[in-house]
Design a binder for this molecule. Structure first.
Ligand code: KIV
Ligand code: NA
Length: 265
């Protein structure tokens, strides 16, 4: 499949083909996303903090950690558009720092766009960033529907190429989608946004459920159970070592040529 670009997303939106975005935090997952021609966007979400690094909150994730993981994802990414979250704190200081941090992410990780969380308050930042490259913004949990719609419009005007709409009633997900030109990507925003994003831990059962992983959220459907598969592998290995059945001397061990062995002895 050809490389997905911002223009591709716009075309998918116009053709009413739902856009699929999935998170990846490492090389093997990036390869899985890339081997499936139906995935449009791979996102290195800051959910990396909880899902992959064992932190309790995304606020604990550093820029260096994000760059480290996004680089691994980039090495495994082919056609999907590669987007990464700017970590908490990396765009909350001065405008220059925010731009420098975004440039570092793009340069050091080879990502193609960054995603920021916020509403109207990040519009200036989006404006600055867009002059560098493509952009992506997230509207999240805004109490008032009007403020959310206004934020989406302001951010679009500022140059955002897409917006993630998170945890809003499905009617509002549709309303926002119909009132902006850019594709909207929903998570818990109903079926009528331009696309969907989910993170892997909840969708594929990567890890045991923990409250901060949000597995039990209403918008999550289980598409796999990686935790059980991994635990079965660990258990099988451990049992076989303990009961002496692994490694098998014939099938799973190297053998010395008999003449050599006799000479050795
Ligand atoms: O951090 C993340 O994984 C995300 C989404 C799932 C939208 O931001
Ligand atoms: Na995120």
């Amino acid at each position: 499949r050809d490389k997905v670009t911002i223009q591709t997303l716009q075309k998918l939106r116009e053709a009413k083909v739902p856009i699929s975005m999935l998170t990846a935090y490492d090389y093997p997952t990036a390869v899985s996303c890339s081997s499936n021609s139906s995935i449009d966007i791979t996102l290195v979400g800051d959910s990396l903090a909880q899902v992959c690094l064992g932190y309790k909150s995304t606020t604990q994730l550093t820029l260096d950690q994000m760059i480290h993981h996004a680089s691994a994802v980039a090495r495994g990414t082919t056609h999907p558009l590669l987007v990464a979250d700017m970590p908490f704190g990396s765009y909350h200081g001065s405008m220059d720092d925010a731009v420098n941090n975004a440039v570092r992410m793009v340069r050091e990780s080879q990502i193609e766009a960054v995603k920021l969380e916020g509403g109207e308050e990040i519009a200036d930042l989006v404006r600055r960033h867009v002059s560098l490259s493509g952009y992506k913004v997230q509207g999240k949990n805004v109490a008032s529907a009007k403020a959310l719609v206004r934020a989406a419009k302001v951010l679009e005007e500022a140059g955002a190429f897409s917006a993630v709409v998170e945890a809003v009633p499905k009617e509002l997900g549709r309303y926002i989608t119909e009132n902006v030109m850019m594709p909207t990507i929903g998570i818990g925003a109903g079926p009528w946004t331009s696309g969907q994003v989910r993170f892997l831990a909840s969708s594929f059962g990567t890890t045991r459920w923990a409250p901060w992983l949000g597995h039990k959220a209403k918008f999550v459907r289980r598409f796999g159970n990686l935790q059980t598969a991994r635990e079965m592998g660990v258990q099988g290995y451990a049992n076989a070592v303990k009961d002496g059945s692994f490694p098998d001397p014939q099938r799973e061990s190297y053998t010395m040529n008999e003449a050599e062995w006799t000479r050795f002895l």
